[in-house]
Design a protein around this ligand. Structure first.
Ligand code: ATP
Ligand code: MG
Length: 712
């Protein structure tokens, strides 16, 4: 059977359009990636092109593996060669072949995060500057900005042996020294890979023409997420044969925040555009929901997907009274779906931000359902969570492992030498490391670590007293603030760390409230949590897959759960604050990507509780209200007033991002019910409606100023 027989007419047309500049624009699950794989196979099997003359570029390493597998099943020889790769992967091949032209050895190295951090530290030391995490990250950010914005010509200015600033290192700023070191040590950062390749192409005609003449056919998947440099590479290497085949879906553009240019895909001047409209992945019930959501975007070319697949059950919206119930419902659903087959890998759980995995992970561990976090780390193994829990462990009692982890986190200038010295004191004096430090603190007199270590000791001692009178969540909040950890995460470039910490605190609050508030001792909490921190787990095989929606791009699963669908969490309040309405549309495309990962069944879940993103109670996401109600089955009891809260919160967010004054739901004289303070009467409303003065008793001593959003 010819491979073309497995395609519909439009797909076939795309596969057969081998010559020229061709674009395939199509919705999710319509076979774009399938067309790419079949086109590769058609070129090799039917036309006889050597696979070594076809370049097929994908967006991620995972997608590359998937593409190779698909192609090798189709290509007669099974030989798919190395030219199925990511754009970075292709550029590394170009550099390995020709980077010696600019004086670099072919064995140049590529710095990973740790290497780049070490280099930054070395540079800071040379400049006599602080080497705290904050400064190190600051320098790395400055280097990236310098290369991208201040001096895009940095290769010619600093890197080449003949560059004007190659030798003249006097008066170098730390950023310049960093780049100078890269030149001396022949090491590239990730972003340099594309810049160096473009430099080689633009400078050496023969390098450029080698690739142009060798690559007869070039194909690129997920082009809506390519940035300006990616486009330059594609345009240059296809400039000789002019055979460039690109596929994408503007409705799935989810990387504008990182510089992607989806409009370039729409505006591309090509010989032919082929549109695929039939979806082969999802049931009509799922597609109806996807079409509903995405049609709310104003900046889009309207297109609806259809499918010939038979109908299945409607999409379920589950509302949980709290996050525990949301997680329990999901786990129970997974058990019943996979009970017979044991094939947990049929299920994927998708979320907007990685901190949202915590609740469901705990429930899966409790129910012994195997799971894997795709492209990420399990919640209780994340660095910041381990740090926070180690503080608690050290407060709870002598714990040398916990001590070793946190004594220098954040930095107290307590390095390896100090640690060795302390360890020998501890073993000579039969003391724990912490007690040894307390007893021998004067040995650090006259060192830079003396003051921070003294503060550390008094903090831990204070907390050891506090632990009997305050709740675990208060204690953790206190220690994070006083130790400087919160500040360290706040200034961290990865906002995710702070979100994870906030998630940990809010989970402890939930745990306390579920157990009659302050009755949980620190020891009880740590014992309970050990179940999750020390959990054994299967690494691969038939496991439920958990991942962020960004990671799920291009993938498909029979059963998909999109969780944490609360307004402000998804769509993300943080992104919307940063990028306004453009972010809202991108968030909606992300929701569309999430929905369209599902083949058979889709579950959309959310719950009540506290939302630290918006500092309000949680309400269902506006995306749920955008779905025609008849397309959904509702499960879980839910008060109608929550929909009003959702509307009010989304209006408030919209007014905030569009710069309009917030609206006030409250007027003087209104009666309100406060969760903790009870009934009250509004006696004043601030001009912008955000603050209320409320009288909770009979006279003014009972007046309190309350943020209006806290009453949603
Ligand atoms: P996405 O936008 O999510 O990246 P896509 O457009 O790349 O999706 P594919 O992943 O190529 O879509 O295809 C979706 C599913 O539909 C796959 O399981 C694929 O094998 C199947 N499929 C596509 N076209 C056909 C066809 N003509 N016959 C049978 N199955 C098909
Ligand atoms: Mg695809």
């Amino acid at each position: 059977m010819d491979i073309l027989d497995n395609l519909n007419d439009k797909q076939k047309e795309a596969v057969l359009a081998t010559e020229g500049k061709i674009r395939v624009v199509a919705g999710a699950g319509s076979g774009k990636t399938r067309v790419l794989a079949h086109r590769f196979a058609h070129l090799v099997n039917n036309i006889g092109i050597d696979p070594g003359n076809i370049l097929c570029m994908t967006f991620t390493n995972k997608a590359t593996q998937e593409m190779r597998t698909r192609i090798s099943k189709l290509v007669a020889s099974g030989n798919t060669n190395d030219f199925v790769c990511t754009i970075h992967g292709f550029c590394v091949k170009v550099l390995r072949r020709d980077i010696h032209r600019i004086g670099f050895p072919k064995s140049f190295s590529i710095l990973d995060d740790d290497d780049a951090e070490m280099l930054a530290k070395k540079v800071l030391e040379l400049h006599g500057l602080d080497r705290t995490k904050k400064v190190v990250e600051g320098l790395r950010k400055d280097v990236a900005y310098f290369k991208k914005i201040t001096c895009p010509n940095y290769i010619m200015e600093y890197i080449l042996p003949e560059a004007p600033k190659y030798k003249d290192v006097s008066d170098f700023t730390p950023v310049e020294t960093f780049i100078h070191y890269q030149a001396l040590n022949y090491c590239l950062e990730f972003d340099d890979i594309i810049n160096f390749t473009l430099h080689l192409f633009n400078t050496f005609e023969d390098v450029c023409s080698y690739w142009q003449r060798n690559l007869n056919y070039i194909m690129v998947d997920e082009v809506q997420d390519c940035n300006g440099s990616d486009w330059s590479i594609m345009n240059i290497i296809s400039d000789f044969y002019n055979n460039l085949f690109i596929v994408g879906d503007p409705d799935q553009a989810i990387y504008e925040w990182r510089g992607a240019l989806p409009q370039s895909f729409i505006d591309w001047n090509c010989d032919k555009t082929i549109v695929l409209a039939e979806n082969y992945r999802s049931t009509p019930n799922i597609l109806d929901v996807a079409n509903c959501v995405i049609s709310n975007n104003t900046n889009r070319i309207p297109k609806d997907l259809f499918t010939e697949k038979p109908s299945h059950d409607n999409v379920i919206h589950f509302h949980g009274e709290n996050e525990g119930k949301e997680a329990a419902w999901i786990a129970q659903k997974i058990q019943s779906l996979c009970e017979k087959s044991g094939n947990f890998s049929d299920c994927a759980i998708l979320y907007r931000a990685s901190h949202l995995s915590r609740g469901i992970e705990q429930e899966l561990l409790r129910k012994k359902i195997p799971y894997t976090i795709w492209g990420g780390v399990r919640f209780f193994e994340r660095k910041e969570i381990k740090d926070a829990l180690c503080y608690l462990r050290l407060i709870a009692g002598d714990d040398d492992l916990a001590f070793s982890r946190i004594v220098n986190t954040p930095s107290r200038r307590f390095g390896d030498t100090s640690m060795k010295k302390l360890q020998s004191m501890a073993s000579e004096q039969y003391l724990s490391l912490y007690d040894a430090l307390r007893e021998n603190i004067e040995s650090w007199h006259n060192t830079k670590s003396y003051a921070p270590l003294k503060n550390f000791i008094s903090l831990i001692d204070d907390c050891r007293e506090l632990k009997d009178v305050s709740s675990v969540s208060e204690l953790l909040n206190y220690v994070l603030k006083e130790s400087g950890l919160s500040e360290m995460y706040r200034t961290d470039t990865e906002v995710e760390r702070l979100e994870n910490i906030e998630e940990l605190i809010s989970s402890i609050r939930f745990y306390e409230s579920a157990n009659n508030d302050n009755e949980i001792s620190l020891n009880t909490y740590l014992q309970d949590i050990a179940l999750f921190t020390n959990a054994d787990y299967k690494k691969d095989g038939k496991t439920v897959k958990l991942m962020t929606i960004h990671q799920a791009k291009g993938l498909e699963f029979p059963y998909v759960f999109v969780i944490g669908l609360s307004e402000g969490i998804f769509p993300s309040h943080r992104s919307m604050r940063e990028r306004k309405l453009a972010a809202l549309e991108e968030e909606r495309r992300l929701m569309y990507v999430a929905i369209t990962r599902a083949e058979e069944l889709l579950f959309l879940t959310e719950s009540e509780g506290y939302n630290f993103q918006t500092s309000t109670d949680k309400f269902p996401s506006r995306f749920l209200t955008e779905i025609q109600q008849s397309f959904l089955i509702r499960e879980g009891e839910m008060e109608e007033s929550l929909w009003k809260g959702s509307k009010f919160l989304s209006d408030t967010i919209d007014r905030e991002i569009t710069g309009l004054m917030p609206i006030s739901r409250f007027n003087v004289g209104d009666e309100i019910a406060h969760q903790y303070l009870g009934h009250g009467i509004v006696i004043e409303v601030s001009p912008d409606g955000s603050r209320l003065k409320v009288r909770f008793g009979s006279d003014e001593t009972s007046d309190r100023f309350i943020m209006a959003k806290a009453l949603l």
